[in-house]
Ligand binder design. Structure first.
Ligand code: XCC
Ligand code: SF4
Length: 645
């Protein structure tokens, strides 16, 4: 194996644990994501611009919008059509991923309703009843189990074709829903929108690029106000509504003298069971027998966020840490469900004693041990997995153990219910603070890591700039983990905030950066935005809000971007999506959408400049609402100076 990252790894991350493990990788000759990226470079310019197409066998085709190469694919598709089709397919893939995750949770609720599971039950009967009421179900005199069965049955219809509108989308302000109706983007059925997106982008179907993109928006909305929202709501019902709790993040959460199990992926169904199984006295005894002091669970990516939010399980790291964490030499098992799990992890694990255990039949990994998860006898399977990890403890090689840092404390668990609770039961104190100007506005800074960008830098720097200018930051996904590692998510971080936001945080005992959960939990941001808008009697696009995804990589992030903008929230991306081969599409996304949804995309990799764009936007919205506001142009736009990679 050749190591092409060389000594350049200092440029690849801002975190001490990642840099330390990159050194180990180099010393031991273990390939990482950065090495593989370097081997791909230069990456294809056509693909970067979005102007390559391999949708059919007359192709593959590439069009050259800025040169004198071909301007059309074999079928006659030009750059606009090809870019729009590719973007629509990205959104459909992302929306399908979130929504299929939602479906798995929904099936679990259904099993609870049918009494066909030995592990799950209703943790939040009040939330279950409230949801049932939203679906028009009568709950009086019915048991939780009966309500679960009926609600699950109703929600299954959200995936189908009988509905004209997704019920949860009616949480949006009515003016927003009117926009969706008038533009033909109101999401109907989740699977329907996704299948239709694939249909429309087949050769010779929808060839009007605007029409393709409008349907792509509808597909995104079926994720945000559909599949993802179902995933979040039902995970709360089954596993508990998150409440604020102190936990910790980075590779320092791993324990040298305990069995370490990493929970990686997205779906909390299995990880919830593992959390229970790892506390089982029988398992603890086995661990003791193997010579370990205990069983330590740690999360990665969004499965990690799910169990952090609800159970306070510490987080080993975000997306780019998945290979590096194995190199600590202390991971007995990496238990994976699905999404964002690099196929490379089994090879890295092969260099150590680490077992990779795959658990969903739809997500198998060559080189992993597959233990098929079945919710009907989940506890037995959970114990089997924990036991397999415990038995692997004796294979650990003490000389290779290297835990490079001390854990960073952080606070998680900010469901909307928890935020309202912290505010004393209503959003009014937050609204008042925004009206007074002590808090200028709020921004969701979300998304992934991407090896093309210095790990965590965009996320952490952008957040810094926003909170020091009195903008409340809410975070999810791998982005949240960057903030946690950087110490921005403890109540003491109020010191990093501006005077106004800092004072509010100190009064409430909360950090200026609130962890809302996994990526499907971006729907919590929609719910909060809708609640604020409805309280104020305005549409979401009138609020001083924005979104940002400084280091996104995944198709899911594109789906999120689509539903966030179509819900009226201006969004700044740090990585360019593959659309720049069509100036028409770019113009629509960055300008044209304003007239339709009241919000647009911007692309700005430099976090300081992104912060300036967002601050200008927020001040503009404040001024439009008649609130005290700075002149947007008075906020300086910094020169590009941060080394990005
Ligand atoms: Fe995946 Fe959700 Fe992105 Fe992290 S943030 S890399 S999507 S795990 Ni969602
Ligand atoms: Fe080429 Fe058109 Fe086929 Fe795409 S759909 S591969 S542009 S012929």
């Amino acid at each position: 194996m050749t190591i092409v990252s060389g000594n350049g790894f200092k440029k690849k991350s801002i975190t001490a644990d990642a840099l330390a493990m990159m050194e180990v990788a180099q010393r031991e000759g273990i390939e990482t994501v950065w090495d593989r990226l370097a081997k791909q470079e230069p990456q294809c310019g056509y693909c970067n611009l979005g102007t390559s197409c391999r949708i059919c066998a007359m192709g593959p085709c590439r069009v050259d919008p800025f040169g004198d190469g071909p301007q059309k694919g074999v079928c006659g598709a030009d750059a606009d059509i090809i870019v729009a089709r590719n973007l629509a397919r990205m959104i459909a893939a992302g929306a399908s991923s979130h929504s299929d995750h939602g479906r798995d949770i929904l099936e679990t609720l259904h099993r609870v309703g049918e009494g066909k599971t030995d592990v799950y039950s209703i943790s939040e009967p009040e939330k279950l009843k409230a949801l049932a009421a939203e679906y028009g179900l009568e709950t009086e005199g019915k048991s939780d189990q009966e309500i679960a069965a009926e609600l699950a049955w109703e929600m299954m219809e959200d995936f189908g074709m009988r509905r004209e509108k997704l019920p949860l989308a009616s949480r949006a302000p009515s003016s927003r829903q009117e926009i969706w109706e008038n533009t033909g983007t109101y999401p109907r059925g989740i699977d329907r929108e996704n299948v239709e997106a694939l249909h429309r982008t087949h050769m010779g179907v929808d060839n009007d690029w605007v029409n393709i993109l409008l349907h792509a928006v509808r597909t995104g909305l079926s994720d945000g106000w559909g599949g993802s929202m179902i995933a979040t709501e039902l995970s709360d019902v089954l596993f508990g509504i998150p409440t604020p709790k102190i936990s910790s993040m980075n590779l320092g959460v791993l324990k040298a003298d305990e069995v370490n199990i990493i929970l990686h992926g997205h779906n909390p169904m299995l990880s919830e069971v593992i959390v229970a199984a790892a506390q089982d006295p029988e398992m603890l005894k086995l661990a003791e027998k193997a010579g370990a002091k205990g069983i330590n669970l740690a999360g990665l990516c969004c499965t990690g966020n799910e169990v952090l939010m609800r159970k306070g399980i510490p987080m080993a790291g975000n997306h780019l840490m998945q290979e590096l964490c194995i190199m600590t030499g202390v991971i007995e098992a990496m238990v994976v469900d699905y999404q964002c799990i690099m196929p490379a992890v089994t090879e890295t694990a092969g260099c150590y004693h680490t077992k990779v255990i795959s658990t969903f039949d739809k997500a198998k990994f060559p080189g992993a041990e597959h233990i098929s998860f079945n919710p009907e006898n989940g506890m037995a399977i959970g114990k089997q997995i924990v036991q397999s990890a415990v038995e692997n403890y004796t294979n650990r090689v003490p000389e290779r153990v290297h835990i490079p840092v001390e854990p960073a404390p952080m606070m998680a668990g900010f469901s909307i219910e928890a935020i309202l609770n912290a505010l004393g039961g209503t959003p009014d104190p937050l609204i008042d603070a925004i009206k007074e100007g002590t808090i200028r506005g709020a921004v969701g800074v979300v998304g992934c890591n991407n090896p093309k960008l210095k790990q965590d830098m965009g996320q952490v720097e952008l957040t810094k700039r926003l909170i020091e200018n009195d903008i409340l930051v809410v975070v999810t996904g791998c982005a949240a983990v960057a903030n946690g590692k950087a110490g921005q998510m403890v109540p003491e971080a109020a010191e990093m905030a501006g005077e106004g936001l800092g004072a509010v945080c100190k009064a409430l005992g909360i950090p200026p950066v609130l962890h809302l959960g996994s990526c499907v939990d971006n729907t919590r941001i929609l719910v909060l935005a809708a609640a604020l808008a409805n309280t104020l009697g305005v549409d979401i696009d009138a609020l001083p809000l924005a979104g940002a995804a400084p280091e996104w990589y995944s198709e899911k992030a594109v789906a999120i971007g689509a539903y966030v903008v179509a819900s009226g929230i201006y969004t700044v991306l740090g990585t360019a999506p593959p659309v720049f081969g069509s100036p028409n599409v770019v113009k629509l996304l960055t300008e044209g959408l304003q007239g339709v949804f009241g919000a647009t995309f911007a692309v700005e990799p430099d976090p300081n400049r992104a912060a300036a764009l967002i601050r200008r936007h927020i001040e503009k919205k404040r001024s439009d609402l008649g609130l005290s506001a700075l002149e947007p142009e008075s906020i300086p736009m910094p020169e590009v100076e941060v080394a990005l990679a």
